[in-house]
Design a protein around this ligand. Structure first.
Ligand code: HXC
Length: 277
């Protein structure tokens, strides 16, 4: 029994390292947290219950059977925010750029279904390059399943997306169907595909920021509802947002004490709508 537990702990340690130390360091150098660090900041301390930690992809094309990483690029589970249950999935950019395989999609679908069944909010932390190119149609089918759950959950439970890295393809289309989308300035992007692919296909040179940065999506396209300066600020503000939301369309609305007098004038309202549309 001791040996089994030892082996389990060994495998857990490997899974926790995702794509390895070098990629984790690269993530930190870009000013980004890892998927697990983000979950730690977002949820109440010690409340995270992880699912499917050892799931691996099943692909054998392009020698993919030689590179299998436990968890397969997404950390999923549930926990609490100020005592209220939420479901969460965090894309791990250190594993194949957080891209989505068939097995990765099954993990996301599982938490989507649990959130819907238990009528609790679901929060996606995105840092991912979309469909895993090596899996082709199997990955696209995985997105179809996720999009379908986005539709079924719409209007029933809150769906919140936090874009925290370069996100492409399905890792933008699915968030776009959710209720709230927030970004992190200078490190997160939402585009159909990245600048290198745009250059290869159309010969057009574009920067990541002009193609899909927070400035574009919060001032021009209106795809994102807001942006924050760094991962920690964004995650802490998401906790505040969860506090304000009902858990589902049949739950009570949370009551929050307000210390402002009803006769106060809030001058910021005068500037809410710009003079020039
Ligand atoms: C497999 C991927 C990947 C993907 C990134 N990687 N995207 N692997 N499938 N989709 C891998 C890279 O090969 C690299 O691996 C690591 O992740 C980091 O990527 P980099 O390119 O080095 O990082 P960066 O320069 O920051 O650029 C990130 C990026 C770019 C902007 C996301 O990688 C990119 O443009 N990727 C392709 C995006 C794309 O076209 N996705 C498919 C969308 S179609 P190594 O081993 O070198 O570290 C789609 C369809 C949905 O999603 C529709 C459903 C119906």
């Amino acid at each position: 029994m001791k040996d089994v537990l030892k082996e389990l702990e060994r495998r857990r340690e490997i899974a926790r390292m995702g794509g390895g130390k070098a990629r984790i360091d690269a993530q930190h150098q870009k000013g980004k947290l890892t998927a697990r660090e983000r979950i730690d900041v977002f949820l109440d301390e010690g409340s995270f219950e992880e699912f499917d930690m050892y799931v691996e992809h099943r692909s054998t094309d392009f020698s993919m059977e030689k590179t299998k990483i436990a968890g397969d690029g997404v950390v999923t589970g549930w926990g609490t925010v100020n005592g209220r249950p939420v479901y969460v999935f965090a894309k791990d950019f250190t594993v194949f750029g957080g891209s989505l395989s068939e097995a990765h999609a099954e993990k996301v679908v599982k938490v989507q279904e649990m959130a819907l069944r238990n009528r609790a909010p679901i929060i996606g932390l995105y840092d991912a390059g979309g469909a895993r190119i090596q899996e082709g149609v199997a990955a696209l089918g995985g997105y179809a399943e996720i999009f379908q759950r986005n539709v079924l959950a719409s209007g029933v439970i809150p769906q919140i997306s936090l874009i925290m890295g370069p996100c492409a393809g399905g890792d933008v289309y699915s968030p776009a169907m959710t209720d709230f989308i927030f970004m992190v300035r200078d490190t997160s992007y939402m585009f159909v595909t990245g600048p290198d692919v745009v250059k290869t296909v159309t010969n057009e040179t574009v920067t990541a920021e002009s193609l899909g940065g927070a400035s574009v999506h919060t001032t021009k396209s209106s795809i994102a509802d807001g942006a924050y300066d760094n991962d920690v600020e964004a995650l802490l503000q998401m906790r505040r947002l969860v506090d304000l939301l009902p858990a589902s369309n049949t739950s009570e609305i949370p009551e929050i004490e307000c210390y402002q007098s009803v006769t106060d004038h809030d001058l910021s309202l005068d500037r809410l709508i710009p003079d020039n549309a």
